[in-house]
Design a protein around this ligand. Structure first.
Ligand code: SF4
Length: 369
């Protein structure tokens, strides 16, 4: 087995964590070691041999992997045999494990969440878009006040278990209303100015400064606002799927924006933010390999870094009972996508190594069991 296959098997199968392992890990008074927010970030982030990052869902049965302790160190076993690699864990933050709250009783982890070395700020609770596989789809829509986000952000920055190094201001997508756009535009401005010591990344869909501004000029104005005025460093503009039939069915709001508008927005973003500063996620496992690779090609042609995310059938979503893709399918697709990216003198994203923990990446080297 190589590191790529090991990573994908861990992401797909998860691992049991023995009592001895749990004792050495950060946990709360109930012994919980994880907090699951989104389907793809619900596990423990582990580092294999100090270089391969992987999100490992916590499983109590149905997996061949076990995290245990040997000679005071965490070890990883596969079918009860020790894999000869170093195995470390990046802790889940204390505010998430202990459900710390703001003065108004809002759980901090509803507004911010640290994964690996990045803290995510979530200005929108829920989302005005309804992507069928997304856990935000079912949540009620609410715009969070900037002061509340700032309080939560400060708690995350000072967390005793995990202090983040960079920041994502993520979706959901705001309502198409002038006030909603103005409110989130202020948040994009506020945080990078107040915390210039951090690099800020923003995840969003193609848009202008105000609703229904979708001309190239509008895109250009908004992207310049983010880059020149706000000081945002990188963007994530997620295409999600390539095949129009699946886009209409699974991501109707993004389908309504139109793939061409995604490409136009991304092209312009690369122009303004620079090479390797714009990435876009594709969900692998809902459409054919050919569709996904066509999506990879289209993104590379825009100068954008494709990020491959394995489809995870998340409980509570419309797609909870859809089958997860096989490791073999993911491997095959990822290897071809990686070759295409290298040929284009780009690479599969994200560039931040710790942030690759929940993406399909090609990792060098064989492992010994
Ligand atoms: S736009 Fe993003 S946050 Fe909103 S439903 Fe789609 S995937 Fe989820």
């Amino acid at each position: 087995m190589d590191y790529t296959e090991l990573k994908l098997r861990l992401m797909q199968q998860g691992a049991k964590f023995t009592a001895a392992a749990r004792k050495t890990m950060c946990h709360n008074r109930f012994g919980h070691i994880t907090f699951s927010d989104y389907a793809t970030t619900g596990g423990i982030v582990a580092v294999l041999d100090k270089r391969v990052y992987v999100n490992i869902p916590e499983k109590f049965q149905g997996t061949s992997f076990e995290v245990d302790v040997f000679e005071d160190k965490l070890i990883l076993k596969y079918h009860n045999r020790i894999i000869k690699i170093s195995f470390c864990i990046i802790p889940v933050p204390k505010y998430a494990l202990d459900v710390e709250r703001l003065s108004d009783n809002t759980p901090v982890r509803e507004l911010v969440m640290t994964h690996a070395d990045r803290v995510r700020i979530s200005p929108v609770h829920g989302c005005s878009y309804h992507c069928n596989f997304c856990t935000s789809n079912e949540a009620y829509y609410k715009e969070i006040l900037c002061e509340q986000l700032d309080q939560a952000f400060n708690i995350a920055l000072n967390d005793p278990y995990n202090k983040p190094c960079h920041v994502l201001i993520s979706g959901g997508t705001p309502n198409e209303e002038i006030n909603s756009y103005a409110w989130i535009n202020d948040i994009y401005y506020y945080f990078p100015h107040k915390y210039p010591q951090f690099d800020f990344d923003v995840m969003l869909s193609p848009r202008g400064m105000r609703p229904e501004q979708t001309s190239m000029k509008d895109y250009d104005e908004f992207l310049h606002y983010l880059y020149d005025e706000c000081g945002v460093k990188t963007l994530s503009v997620n295409l999600e799927l390539y095949n129009d039939r699946f886009r209409d069915r699974f991501i109707p709001d993004k389908a309504a924006v139109g793939k061409d508008n995604y490409y136009r927005f991304i092209l312009q973003a690369v122009e303004i933010f620079g090479e390797k500063s714009v990435r876009s996620s594709l969900v692998v496992g809902l459409e054919s390999e050919e569709d996904t690779l066509n999506g990879v090609r289209a993104l590379l042609d825009c100068g954008c870094l494709p990020v491959l995310s394995a489809f995870v059938p998340a409980p509570g979503t419309d797609m909870a009972n859809y089958p997860a893709p096989s490791v073999e399918f993911l491997l095959e697709t990822a290897r071809k996508a990686n070759d295409m990216a290298r040929e284009a003198k780009l690479q599969l994203g994200p560039l931040c190594r710790p942030c690759t923990h929940n993406s399909i990446t090609i990792e060098e080297g064989e492992i010994v069991i």
